[in-house]
Design a protein around this ligand. Sequence first.
Ligand code: SF4
Length: 373
Amino acid sequence: MAKGGISKVVKLGGFAHVNTVCIGGGFPPVVQTMWKDRLSFEDLEGNAAEQIISRIENLGKMGCGVLRFAVPDLNAAEVLGNLASMVSMPLVADIHFDYKIALRCLDFPIAKIRINPGNIGGKDKVKAVLNKAAAASRPIRVGVNAGSLPRDLEPPAGDLGGNSLAEAMVLAAEREIAVFTEFGFTDVLVSMKASSIADTIRANRLFAERSDIPLHVGVTEAGPLIAGVVRNTAALVALLADGIGDTIRVSLSDTMEKEIIAGREILAAASEMAGTGENSPGVRIVSCPRCGRAGFDTHGFTERWQNRFYAMDKNITVAIMGCAVNGPGEARHADLGITGVGDKVLIFRRGEVTCTIDAAEADTAFEKELAKL
Ligand code: SF4
């Protein structure tokens, strides 16, 4: 959403078997992630294909609205094009350097492409891509990264002050958008990403003050799980509080599933802070940090169940607690609670103890109780 107003809407998918996803226009921010490995044609056959399709479907259930793939060459474009005809998730092709890859991707039901006009050749090549994208109703994201700014916009080495890097990212985005405008192409989104929290915030605020183009926001190269979540939370909560951010990607050196969970939790936290989202949809997990009193391994249980919880279509609170100190209280107040008490494990459903079991039986018993909700 643009600061002080609503960004224009960009529609993805909606053709053939692919879901329609609206980005911008006041729609809730869309959480997205990026496939972490290179795919080959062998990956689209037999069991390998089933596993990939199942993983993408599960990402969708967890809250992923859009899934991006690196497309480094024409062979990768063919593979992604074929995959795009096998799943309902809108897939995005991320392309650098070669406009022919973008042209080939547009032959397939790929929902969006990401290019930077400045690095895919001359204006005639950009024009060819834009014409084909417009004819196929495919939006394009311009992605500016602080690490690959045009030479003339790079801040001087060692310049860490002021708005210089943020301004350079905005200027780079505006320069790319000007090429689109020259050819009459308006179905566009923009991202300006840096590994710096402050520059990410400044660049997006600056751009949103000047434009109603929908913004894809996130801190890039943000680090491993904990550092990456913290850094993205700091930037995204600030931007979302300003009404900036139409789609988010939490970049982590970790799994896609963790990126989606982090994205959902950041949106829920931002809504809660704004007083609009105490009842965010999905499973809310209350889990204790565990200590020397624990009679139940809350860490192992939470790790085993986490992805399943986020893929569930249930609006419930689940409590996973270690011992009698706080366990029964939290478990009783949750829709479904499990807690260690002495050498036993108790399961509560909507305030009532439904079973007392050994820890080895916890997963099976919990699954049965969950099915009753
Ligand atoms: Fe420790 Fe029990 Fe509190 Fe968990 S609920 S942190 S095990 S005292």
